[in-house]
Design a protein around this ligand. Structure first.
Ligand code: PLP
Length: 417
């Protein structure tokens, strides 16, 4: 589509951006369920390995179906390139490992998805990569957390389950001032709410398993290179060879030609097809997720058995203003609320008929979970407090069902609790 594509609006780009016609005019990306790709001559394959010609070799390195998904994701995030991975955690691990080396430090928001917290706190620490955790709302603490060893700043657009909304543009300004790349996990906001590159993210990561897939039928992840960071820096000598050859594509080149290839957390062709199907309806679904979530939040706030509601779209939320500005008046599909105690939270979850009790977000279906006893059960009480996890808390990923059915489900569940 080239130049013409740039003029497309976001909702149209979800459907047409980065796509190319399939064989015989097929309007769908073919699922190339193949591990390897054959060439007639030894010379052709040598040319591809040497980088003198472009071609598929082996699905861990590249696959036409995965390639199409990558082009589409790059188009909707306005990135220069994207790499699809087997999961959101694979995207985070691969992209972080591409930036940092042993002895380096990561400065991360303390309000994190559980897997990312574990990666930083335990796994990377075991490889000599320390992470400093800071409250993402306290920008003075963010800046004070940077030192000579800091090589990456990591933040989520909406903390889960804390529901805090950091000011991404302010983070970007700090990162830029110190010559450190900003990596943003935009899973919870999705590209529909936040244009991460415009806000100043250098690298955007997603768990595409959630809202992008939208119907909970495949796990996937994505790394999008905004092309904005200057990797020709004494802080990043390990990017030198990639910068020399690939210039602004140095990050993607290091990911693709080294870290992603070596770790091997590649996306599967069938999953990439399904994720691409989900992408087409992202805007429509998010619109409904957002409007339903706001109505659920208001309903819960007015309910006598509910002690508190945390949703950035409520105008008494401390994050209302920044979320409104950053997300263009939309606030996402995720909220948390409190009952009197854990037993009451369990009763409400057990009473719900429509909402499913499971560990996921971003499905068409309304989902609930008690974070303290499940996804955050391994945290110490101090970490739970830091992450905004409490015993009386229920997290809701509001689905796109008819709002009346969702509200009736919660009304009945609270009534009986
Ligand atoms: C789910 C999630 C991840 C991890 O993604 P997987 O696809 O489950 O590996 C990372 N970040 C956030 C914010 C998530 O919600």
């Amino acid at each position: 589509m080239g130049e013409k594509e740039k003029k497309l609006r976001f909702d149209t780009k979800l459907i047409h951006g980065g796509t190319s016609p399939g064989p015989s005019g097929a309007t769908k990306t073919p699922i190339v369920q193949a591990s390897a790709f054959a060439y007639d001559t030894a010379e052709e394959l040598e040319d591809i390995f040497r980088g003198r010609a472009v071609g598929q070799v082996y699905t861990r390195i590249g696959n036409p179906t995965v390639d199409t998904l990558e082009k589409r994701l790059a188009a909707i995030e306005d990135g220069i390139a994207a790499v699809a991975t087997s999961s959101g955690m694979a995207a985070i691990t691969t992209s972080v490992m591409a930036v940092v080396r042993s002895g380096d430090e990561v400065l991360s928001s303390s309000s994190l998805f559980g897997g990312t917290y574990s990666l930083f706190h335990v796994t990377l620490a075991n490889f000599g990569i320390e992470t400093r955790f800071v409250d993402p709302v306290d920008l003075a603490a963010v800046e004070a957390g940077i030192n000579d060893k800091t090589r990456l700043i990591f933040v989520e657009t909406i903390g889960n389950p804390k529901m805090d909304v950091p000011d991404i543009a302010a983070f970007a300004a700090i990162a830029k001032k110190h010559g450190i790349p900003l990596m943003v996990d935009a899973t919870v906001s999705t590209p529909y709410l936040a244009r991460s590159k415009e806000l100043g993210a250098d690298i955007v990561v997603h768990s595409t398993s959630k809202y992008i897939n939208g119907t909970a039928n495949s796990i996937g992840g994505a790394i999008i290179d905004a092309g904005s960071f200057n990797w020709q820096s004494p802080k990043f000598p390990h990017f030198e060879q990639f910068f020399r050859k690939y210039r602004s594509f140095a990050f993607t080149a290091r990911v693709r030609k080294l870290i992603h290839k070596d770790f091997g957390a590649c996306a599967a062709p069938l999953n990439s097809f399904l994720l691409g199907e989900g992408l087409e309806t992202l805007a429509l679904r998010m619109e409904r997720h957002c409007s339903n979530a706001l109505q659920v939040a208001r309903f819960l706030q007015a309910h006598e058995k509910v002690t508190w509601v945390n949703y950035p779209g409520l105008d008494d939320s401390p994050f209302y203003e920044v979320a409104k500005r950053q997300f263009n008046g939309r606030f996402g599909g995720l909220l948390t609320f409190g009952l009197t105690d854990k037993a009451a939270a369990f009763r409400v979850i057990n009473n719900l008929r429509l909402a499913k009790n499971l560990a996921n977000i971003g499905d068409t279906k309304t989902l609930v979970i008690h974070p303290a006893s499940t996804i955050c059960a391994d945290y110490t009480p101090e970490v739970k407090a830091l992450m905004g996890v409490s015993e009386e808390q229920v997290r809701v990923s509001v689905g796109i069902e008819d709002i009346e059915d969702i509200l009736e489900d919660f009304a009945a569940a609270l009534e009986e609790a």
